[in-house]
Design a protein around this ligand. Structure first.
Ligand SMILES: Nc1ncnc2c1ncn2[C@@H]1O[C@H](COP(=O)(O)OP(=O)(O)O)[C@@H](O)[C@H]1O
Ligand SMILES: [Mg+2]
Length: 295
């Protein structure tokens, strides 16, 4: 009989300013899953973030990812009980969908007793998520640079500077990634594209060895301002923080504002502040024999 599987998977922030669709950072804020195999049927129990909104059937994103993971491994289980303890808020640009997908795939590896194959997990997670930036950081931890090779999601992982921590300003209302993506223009100027390419390259240096350059290195001309109509408060907060010398950016597709470093500015009313370090390892899986099997 398959073991009970536990998974821990980090929140992630993508884009980080100029690294649009490519850069990701794993955060020390986690969703946890427990999967208990059974002969047939499905039960889904959710506590914490999203508990009042997510479905409890086969359409639940973690369940879909477990099924996809099992099928990629040529395996199946009759049924299972899934328990989700969620700390990553949904629809805020902190990678909850990536965590659900990567967590589900990791659980499938645990259920079949297969050690995590990080490049394969990333490929499947990219297929399910539709873009590789958040899932790459959720798989590998640390600072990731992701790209798509044909249709395959790939990434390299770098160690962020040891002193790096982040401050998130998280609004109380969500913004779907789909809505935010719809605001981007079809074309941008050569000047803007060139500026972003240079800043993205600089950000690799700033995040790994030159944190003193983070403010300049997080300047973006490709996506943040275009999305201002969908999140005016976020962009106003970013301008204020940047004027104070802090490397503030839109986290993923927003509306969370992320400062690379420590920030002390009070949040707008109703927003919460999240302070955390960088997760170094990405998704982790533990399998344990079930009490019934041990007896
Ligand atoms: N832990 C989870 N369990 C089930 N579904 C989830 C989970 N996390 C995210 N989702 C699904 O993904 C949606 C949020 O995805 P998205 O709009 O990409 O925002 P985010 O920036 O949080 O990833 C949720 O509304 C929900 O449908
Ligand atoms: Mg998402």
């Amino acid at each position: 009989m398959s073991p009970v599987v536990r998974v821990r998977v980090p929140a992630t922030s993508a884009n980080l300013g100029p690294g649009f669709d490519a850069f990701g950072l794993a955060l020390e804020l986690y969703d946890e899953l427990t999967v208990v195999p059974r002969a047939s049927g499905l039960s889904v129990e959710v506590t914490g973030e999203g508990a009042d909104a997510v479905p409890r059937d086969e359409s639940h994103l973690v369940v879909r990812a477990i099924r996809a993971g099992l099928s990629s491994l040529g395996a199946s289980v009759g049924g299972f009980d899934l328990h989700c303890t969620n700390h990553i808020p949904h629809g805020r640009g902190l990678g909850s969908s990536a965590a659900a997908i990567v967590g589900g795939i990791a659980a499938a590896y645990g259920l079949t007793g297969t050690p995590l194959d990080h490049p394969k997990v990333l490929e499947l997670a990219n297929e399910l998520e539709g873009h590789p930036d958040n899932v790459a950081a959720a798989v590998y931890g640390g600072f990731t640079i992701a790209w798509v090779d044909g249709v395959a999601g790939r990434a390299v992982r770098l160690d962020p500077a040891e002193s790096l921590s982040v401050t998130g300003y998280v609004p109380s209302t969500p913004l779907s990634t789909e809505v935010a993506r719809g605001l981007l223009p079809e074309q941008v100027s050569h000047g803007d594209a060139a500026a972003n390419a240079g800043r993205a390259a600089l950000l690799v240096a700033a995040l790994t060895t030159r944190p003193d350059l983070l403010l300049t290195a997080t300047e973006d001309r490709l996506h943040q301002e275009y999305r201002a109509p969908a999140m005016p408060e976020s962009l106003a907060l970013i301008r204020k923080l940047r004027d104070n010398g802090q490397a503030a950016i839109v986290s993923g597709a927003g509306p969370t504002v992320l400062v690379l470093g420590e920030a002390t500015l009070e949040p707008p009313e109703g927003w919460t502040v999240l302070r955390c370090g960088i997760d170094p390892v990405g998704a982790q899986v533990w399998s344990e024999a079930r009490a019934a099997d041990r007896e």
